[in-house]
Design a protein around this ligand. Structure first.
Ligand code: GLN
Length: 246
């Protein structure tokens, strides 16, 4: 069930954040410790979005290759620093395509989005909610997957001016009602604030010296990680953490 990670804080090399920690996203791509609802490894691709000082829109790298086999990314990660990152490794849900564009993070302007989980009964269960979106949003989906539709639902709210935490809360509540039993851990950032939900899946948070990490699984053995309860919304900046119930 995919794994995702968000970081806001002081500048860090992508390799120090994603590849080198003892339980890094790299390790989670072949040896995750808390997969739920199917899947044993995250070999169907990965994606990384990161913000730089040069422009508000993030840079993004996505591929359908497993993280462990991508030497080009390893080289890039060892020389690229950022203070705001959203990254994910993917285990495709049965029936969904293994293509680059199905990998998070999905993006729009300054936004990056990821979904860790699965919508039960997709696509039928989402037909009503998706049917309310502008047609152009549906025909320009990144990929024919549940996650891409969830992103379209969140993006629609962001474009209407709904704050990020509210946008995630509305979407998980509506989709949770339309497709009971779904796993809906969402993550969203614009590089300055980050919001994420727990909906029947794991998520942990840790303050570091210079920032905040939010991750499906702890990436190291620090005792400072806290595991969130189910059905929570966490909103963070590089120096604050707020958690509320959904
Ligand atoms: N269902 C989504 C996909 O197939 C997310 C997968 C996951 O979390 N394992 O892309």
């Amino acid at each position: 069930m995919c794994r995702h990670l968000g970081y806001l804080g002081g500048e860090i090399l992508l390799s120090d954040l994603l590849l080198l920690p003892p339980r890094s996203l790299l390790r989670q791509s072949w040896a995750p410790e808390d997969m739920r609802g199917g899947g044993t490894i995250n070999a169907d691709g990965f994606g990384v979005g990161w913000y730089t000082a040069t422009r508000p829109e993030p840079a993004r790298y996505r591929t359908a290759r497993p993280l462990w086999s991508d030497t080009a990314f390893a080289s890039l990660a060892g020389t690229t620093g950022s203070g705001a990152v959203l990254a994910a490794v993917r285990s495709a849900t049965v029936g969904m395509p293994v293509v680059e564009t199905a990998n998070a993070p999905f993006s729009d302007g300054e936004w990056l989005f990821s979904h860790n989980g699965r919508v039960v009964g997709w696509p039928t269960s989402l037909a009503d909610l998706a049917g309310r979106l502008p047609t152009v949003d549906l025909i320009t989906l990144d990929a024919p997957t549940d996650s891409a539709v969830l992103w379209a639902l969140v993006r629609d709210r962001l474009r209407a001016g709904v704050p990020p935490g509210h946008a995630l809360a509305e979407v998980v509540t509506e989709v949770g009602a339309a497709a009971p039993g779904s796993r809906l851990n969402l993550m969203l950032t614009d590089g300055r604030r980050l919001a994420a939900t727990t909906w029947d899946h794991s998520l942990s948070v840790r303050r570091t010296d210079g920032g905040v990490l939010v991750s499906s699984e702890p990436i190291d053995d620090s005792p400072d990680w806290s595991c969130l309860s189910d059905k929570q919304l966490i909103t963070v900046t590089k120096s604050t953490v707020d958690i509320e119930s959904l």
